[in-house]
Design a protein around this ligand. Sequence first.
Ligand SMILES: CC(C)(COP(=O)(O)OP(=O)(O)OC[C@H]1O[C@@H](n2cnc3c(N)ncnc32)[C@H](O)[C@@H]1OP(=O)(O)O)[C@@H](O)C(=O)NCCC(=O)NCCS
Length: 189
Amino acid sequence: MSECIGINTDRLLLRSIRPDDAAALFRYRSDAVINKYQGWIPKTIDDVYDFIENRISPTIDLINTWYQFGIILKERFEFIGDVGIHFLDEQKKQVEIGCTLDFYYQGKGFATEALIRIIKYVFFDLDKHIVVAYIDPENIKSIALVERIGFKKDKLFKESNSKYREWPDDLVYSIIKEDWIARDCSPRH
Ligand SMILES: CC(C)(COP(=O)(O)OP(=O)(O)OC[C@H]1O[C@@H](n2cnc3c(N)ncnc32)[C@H](O)[C@@H]1OP(=O)(O)O)[C@@H](O)C(=O)NCCC(=O)NCCS
C-alpha cells in the first residue's frame, strides 16, 4: 500500500505523487528542450502513468528506489513541479535528490523553498547523513540551485551513467548533515 506524505512550507505543499497528477506532470516534464538534462522525458501520458505506478516506489526510504514528491502551489492548488529522492546506500545513509519545475514557475524561489524543506526532512525525519546531486556541467540553473542552499562541488564524474545522451560528464555536489546544521539555514521546524 502506498504511503501519502505531506509536508508544508510557506507557499508550498510537498506531497507524494499520485496517478491523478499524471496530466500536470506530463505538461512540464514532456518538454524535451527545457528538460534536456533530465534522464526521463515522457513521450505520452501513458509513460507518466507507468512512471508513477511502476517506476517510483510507493514507500519511502527503500534502498535503490526513487520516491517522488509533487510540489503544489498552495495559493492556486496548482501542481508546479516535483522533487525525487533516490535512496542509495543504507550504511552511509546517502540519498540523491533531483528537482524539476514547470518553466512558468521558475525564477520565483519555489525550487529553493521545496529543496530546503525536503533536505530538512531527509536529515531530521529520515536520519540520513549525506545528500548528493548529479548535475550536468551545463545545467547552470541546477548548479545555482544547489549552491544557493549550501551544497559543495565534490568532483567531476567523467562519463557518468546518465541516459539522456551518450557518456556525459556529471558534476557531483553534496552536503552532509553536520554542515547543513552549521549553515543554520534549516531550522528543524
Ligand atoms: C533546476 C530548476 C528546478 C531550478 O529552478 P529555478 O526556478 O532556477 O530555482 P528557484 O525556483 O529556486 O528560483 C530561483 C530564482 O528565483 C529567484 N527568486 C525569486 N524569489 C525568490 C525567493 N523567494 N527565494 C529564493 N529565490 C527567489 C532567485 O533569485 C533565482 O533567480 P535567478 O535564477 O535569476 O538567480 C529548474 O531550472 C528546472 O526545473 N530545470 C529543468 C529540470 C532540471 O534540469 N532539473 C535538474 C536535474 S536534477
